[in-house]
Design a protein around this ligand. Structure first.
Ligand SMILES: C[S@@+](CC[C@H](N)C(=O)[O-])C[C@H]1O[C@@H](n2cnc3c(N)ncnc32)[C@H](O)[C@@H]1O
Length: 204
């Protein structure tokens, strides 16, 4: 079952000009499918092969315009000024801080003028930060988990600073939300989340 799109995608898609949307780490494809149904041409990238096969199948069955690529975002060749929107919804958590900054820079360049970036990621208010920060810090606010992947957390105001120059901030928020269901985390716990919708200035 496909879940509802991320609320900021639903809210801000009318501000996107017709064109191509890049969805980084599309997961079950909820945002890609929503935007393709709204008439956008969607390029999705995803590191998990099963999810790639699943979205390919769904797009074919639904006759919607989604082109899917199985790749790690770190290896993806971002086209310059090509996209009307670029989404990274909870998909850049698993990068080291330096890699996160590189990807944000590539996202900025990949947007055409007037293009919109929507990014959401965990902050230092997240329950996992409290758990992982007792370990060695690999890079700034970046920790190696027991399963061998990195998790990096955003400091207060950091995501806003990423889009400080050359962009208009349409939305910015940092919030703590309660969650009570997770594959690996039982019981109620708090997630710290920063989220931004930023529009590339024309002439920037
Ligand atoms: C929490 S899910 C979010 C999925 C989707 N963006 C959404 O809003 O529902 C994060 C997704 O990012 C993918 N992902 C994680 N690291 C990635 C990477 N380095 N390159 C591409 N995709 C990645 C995961 O496989 C997973 O499907």
């Amino acid at each position: 079952m496909i879940t509802a799109p991320f609320y900021l995608v639903e809210k801000f898609f009318p501000r996107m000009e017709p064109g191509v949307v890049l969805d980084i780490g599309f997961g079950d494809g909820r945002n890609s499918i929503f935007l393709a149904r709204k008439g956008f041409s969607v390029e999705g990238i995803e590191i998990d092969e099963k999810r790639v096969e699943e979205l390919e199948r769904l797009a074919r069955d639904m006759h919607i315009d989604i082109s899917v690529q199985h790749t790690d975002v770190r290896d993806f060749d971002f086209r310059s000024e090509a996209y009307t929107a670029v989404l990274a919804i909870q998909s850049l958590v698993f990068l080291k801080k330096s890699e996160f900054r590189t990807i944000v820079e590539r996202m900025r360049h990949a947007l055409q003028q007037g293009g919109i970036a929507i990014v959401s990621s965990f902050t230092v208010d997240d329950v996992s930060y409290k758990r992982l920060s007792t370990r060695d810090e690999v890079e700034e606010n970046t920790f190696l988990t027991g399963s061998g992947v990195h998790w990096q957390f955003l400091a207060k105001g950091e995501l806003r600073e990423c889009f400080g120059n050359g962009f208009d901030i349409l939305h910015y928020g940092e919030r703590v939300v309660e969650d009570d269901h997770h594959g690996d985390m039982s019981g109620r716990h708090m997630h710290g989340i920063a989220e931004i919708v930023a529009q590339k200035k024309r002439g920037a």
